[in-house]
Ligand binder design. Structure first.
Ligand code: IFM
Length: 442
């Protein structure tokens, strides 16, 4: 028997994550689809279009995921398909997601269902989107509907994905719909999304009473937080440290404090902040969904405050590859008091040049953190297959499988990384031989 570098706890979940708009194709009734039609909105000139045609091909996709040893799969329900107009629900879309969930079960994959992953129905966007408190109410109606409709098939729920990323990209940087550049609006949106998470958490616990997987718990609900590490670029420059701390305070700390204490306190110097108490938010995590990708080196007075250093390994989007960061982020997330589930982690690497090694090194660091006591329930890789990477289009390749977007059939080809993760998942361990094969320094 091969020796292992580290082993994972019994029952640890292995799998991949996707979101509806990025893989399904044909999602015409949301704000992203409309945004993609604007010239220049998507950097490489692509659009989601047919995406990966996962809408039709989900069953084959799940069969392959199972073949890779996956035991859990994260997906999202597309609100705009289920409720294309306010109060009008689409029976065919609702039935479709029942088929999707049945397929996951048939293939032995536990579903983790996200309820908001960046897209909004057009009728929500046109009524003011997430700047409006009314959107929180409409979202809660949707959550209640999903809990009643799918609660018999789903126990693991992710309320909102990356509220901080959504708020800043869409309302401060203006690179996602509705393309605003207003820090005050970004803070208001973040607060509304946090409130939505807290209220959705309570609704899921009220409405989903069915223990679908027979483990004694009908609901495990959490959110997915992008826990980027912010570090000063120059250790000797106090202003860089100041800026890194200030960004971390609003992007990470405030969000983590809110889901523990119920207090929303969001501020940016010179901008009208938000302060409010949302009782439903207090201790609103059964698990902390951790999305980890990179660290940002922060510089004061730079045109782009997030800089890269020469000689540092970068992914295809220019994000630093820092395998230690996954464990560091898990340790930080665990301080919120809930077990951590890695709901996303991955690399844009079209050639699969560094992904195999980076996955192995990241998982060894994570495995060691678990051995030292960090509670982690599972690891879901972003993503099962290449997909529509928002404003970066289809050029950013995060998939364990390569998708040929030039071919209308969207064939998938497994990358070496799919096999690497499969070996780890099947062994529930990182074997020494595998670490050596990919050149991991562990
Ligand atoms: O593709 C996204 C995903 O939708 C949310 N988290 C980060 C991923 C990679 O950028």
């Amino acid at each position: 028997m091969s020796q292992s570098v580290c082993r994972f706890p019994a029952g640890f979940f292995w799998g991949a994550a996707t979101s509806a708009h990025q893989v399904e194709g044909g999602n015409r009734w949301n704000d992203w689809w409309r945004f993609e039609q604007r010239p220049g909105a998507i950097r490489d000139g692509t659009a989601s279009g047919d995406a990966c045609r996962h809408w039709e091909r989900f069953d084959q996709d799940f069969a392959r995921a199972r073949g890779y040893g996956h035991t859990m799969h994260r997906l999202s329900l597309e609100w705009s398909r289920i409720e294309p107009a306010r109060g009008r629900r689409d029976g065919a879309a609702i039935a479709h997601y029942h088929e999707v969930l049945a397929s996951l079960r048939r293939h032995g994959l536990v579903p983790l269902v996200t309820l908001h992953h960046f897209t909004n129905p057009l009728w929500i966007a046109d009524a003011g989107g997430w700047e409006e408190r009314a959107t929180v109410d409409r979202f809660c109606d949707f959550v209640r509907f999903c809990a009643r409709e799918y609660g018999g098939e789903v126990d693991w729920w992710c309320t909102v994905n990356e509220p901080e990323v959504y708020a800043f990209r869409a309302y401060s940087e203006g690179v996602w719909p509705p393309a605003k550049r207003d820090d005050g609006a970004a803070l208001a949106v973040m607060a509304n999304l946090l409130e939505a998470h807290g209220r959705a958490y309570r609704i899921l616990h009220e409405e989903d009473r069915v223990d679908a997987d027979g483990d004694g718990q009908a609901v495990r609900a959490g959110f997915a937080k992008h826990l980027v590490q912010l570090v000063p670029d120059r250790w000797w420059m106090p202003l860089d440290a100041l800026r890194a701390r200030a960004e971390d305070a609003v992007f990470n700390q405030a969000v983590m404090r809110a889901v523990v204490s119920g207090e929303i306190r969001l501020g940016i110097p010179g901008v009208k902040g938000v302060r409010r108490r949302v009782p439903e938010l207090e201790r609103s995590l059964d698990f902390f969904g951790l999305n980890y990708y990179t660290r940002w080196r922060v510089r004061m007075f730079a045109p782009d405050p997030h800089v890269t250093r020469r000689g540092v390994p970068l992914n295809d989007l220019g994000w630093e590859v820092w395998p230690r960061g996954l464990a560091a982020a898990a340790q930080r997330a665990a301080a919120c008091g809930a077990p951590v589930l890695v709901t996303e982690h991955g690399f844009a690497d079209a050639a699969d040049k560094f992904r195999p090694r980076a996955v192995v090194e990241s998982l060894v660091h994570l495995g060691r953190a678990i051995e030292r006591g960090t509670p982690v329930l599972g690891y879901l890789h972003w993503s099962l297959m290449d997909n529509f990477e928002w404003a970066d289009g289809t050029r950013a390749r995060f998939g364990l499988e390569r998708v040929d977007f030039d071919d209308p059939a969207r064939p998938r080809t497994p990358r070496a990384s799919a096999g690497v993760l499969a070996r780890i998942a099947r062994a529930n361990a990182v074997e020494r031989t595998l670490a050596a094969e990919v050149g991991a320094r562990v």
